[in-house]
Ligand binder design. Structure first.
Ligand code: GLV
Ligand code: MN
Ligand code: MN
Length: 417
């Protein structure tokens, strides 16, 4: 690679401006956050905007039957591309950076390379993958899971949201079902830039996280059914209260995480009571349990203990219980060669870095199944994410995008045997 390539850098202002413009779609009033749940009108607006930028740049656009969009730079060869990307859907209380940074920084990398007229051995591509968040349709990373052949598209299209609306009908409604092949083309390599979404980089004053892998994820939805009755007249000994069981489960998984130690986390993010009234014992509670661990054996033990406790707590309260798995992904280790390139590029740019696991799920963990894969993290202020106050400093965004750029350039020249 010549000197031009080594000194090439992204246009920070253009990247920041695009992040703001995309963040305005689905904006949550009075905040800097956004709500673009997968396949909603807001998600469609975000997709349309990013698609316009990609088309204006002359990229070849391919859309598949789960709504993934991949844009590849023009190139003489038929070589598989070095791919980057992420997602533009958000949770309902999302910020401006989760996912969008990876997509827009990828676009910025490609625009910088095209503008500078740099010749590469392999093309670069940037994609966004449907429903990474899983906040509307479970599991998370749905689009990238289908892309890599981990789930049949026919099955994915039948997945319903909490109102019984399917992925397939929403894709058709917003016009994002395309003919690109599934599973998708295997990239030469995949690398994704993302905000850390946790407090470690900021706490240690480090700019670049060199991601070694992603912890395992287990999501379970639980339905508890008891007997709704009057809160004043029903003696405690005669109650069948599913709310009490849900509370006990919540406390149990918190204690389990403490007992297992650092690598175990546990969250009950949804606890919905019916009828949800001050003076009525609930008849039904729906709750979710999110368990994660970098160690698959420990994660299995956590799941087994949680299910056993759930069964016995429900039995003790004479409440019926049913559960279904919403998502289950084993821990993933990224390719050591990609990890080393990211680390070296951070060093060459005089940026501080540290190796770390990812606590959040990412599309990269799906691509790790089919090609050499890695990730770059940049700090999240106060470690806040999945929250309207999510923020990453512009200088860190620029630093991360430049590490992504140089990593992609090096990957484009690297042969993997
Ligand atoms: C996705 O954002 C997840 O880790 O839940
Ligand atoms: Mn994300
Ligand atoms: Mn997220």
């Amino acid at each position: 690679m010549g000197a031009t390539v080594k000194t090439l850098s992204v246009d920070k202002d253009r990247l920041l401006q695009r992040l703001v413009s995309l963040g305005e779609l689905g904006a949550i009033e009075g905040t800097t956050g956004c709500a673009r749940l997968a396949l909603t009108d807001e998600d469609k607006a975000g997709r349309d905007l990013v698609l316009t930028w990609m088309t204006d740049l002359g990229l070849k656009i391919e859309i598949d039957g789960i709504g993934n969009v991949v844009a590849t730079m023009p190139h003489d060869s038929q070589s598989p591309p070095v791919m980057t990307g992420s997602h533009i859907d958000t949770v309902a209380t999302g910020g401006q950076y989760d996912g969008t940074l990876g997509v827009l920084a990828g676009l910025e990398v490609i625009e910088s390379v095209i503008t500078a007229g740099v010749e590469l051995r392999r093309p670069l591509a940037v994609g966004w993958f449907t429903d990474e968040e899983g906040a509307r349709f479970a599991p998370d990373m749905l689009g990238s899971l289908v892309y890599v052949g981990g789930l049949a598209v026919e099955d994915a299209l039948l997945i319903e949201d909490s109102n019984g609306i399917t992925v397939g009908s929403e894709l058709d409604r917003i016009g994002y079902s395309g003919p690109a092949p599934i599973p998708g083309r295997r990239p030469h390599a995949y690398v994704e830039l993302h905000i850390e979404q946790g407090p470690i980089l900021e706490d240690e004053g480090i700019t670049i996280g060199v991601v070694e892998g992603v912890q395992g994820i287990s999501w379970t939805e639980v339905k508890l059914t008891g007997q709704s009755c009057h809160a004043g007249t029903t003696p405690m000994r005669l109650r069948r209260d599913p709310g009490v069981v849900a509370s006990l489960v919540n406390v149990f998984v918190r204690e389990l995480a403490t007992r297992f130690g650092n690598s175990q986390v546990a969250t009950c993010g949804v606890v919905t009571h019916v009828p949800n009234l001050v003076n009525v014992i609930p008849s039904e509670v729906t709750m979710t349990v999110d368990l994660r661990n970098t160690d698959e054996n420990l994660l299995r033990r956590a799941e087994a203990e949680f299910l056993e406790f759930l069964r016995s707590a429900a039995q003790a309260e004479n409440v019926t219980v049913s559960s279904r798995q919403l998502a289950r992904f084993e821990p993933v280790e990224f390719d050591h060669r990609v990890i080393e390139i990211v680390e070296r590029q951070a060093l060459l740019a005089n940026l501080s870095s540290r190796r770390m696991p990812s606590g959040a799920g990412h599309d990269a963990q799906m691509f790790a199944r089919i090609c050499p894969t890695g990730m770059v993290f940049v700090p999240s202020v106060n470690g806040i994410s999945h929250n309207v106050n999510e923020f990453t400093h512009p200088d860190d965004i620029e630093a991360g995008a430049n590490v992504l750029l140089q990593t992609m350039l090096e990957l484009a020249e690297t042969d993997f045997s």
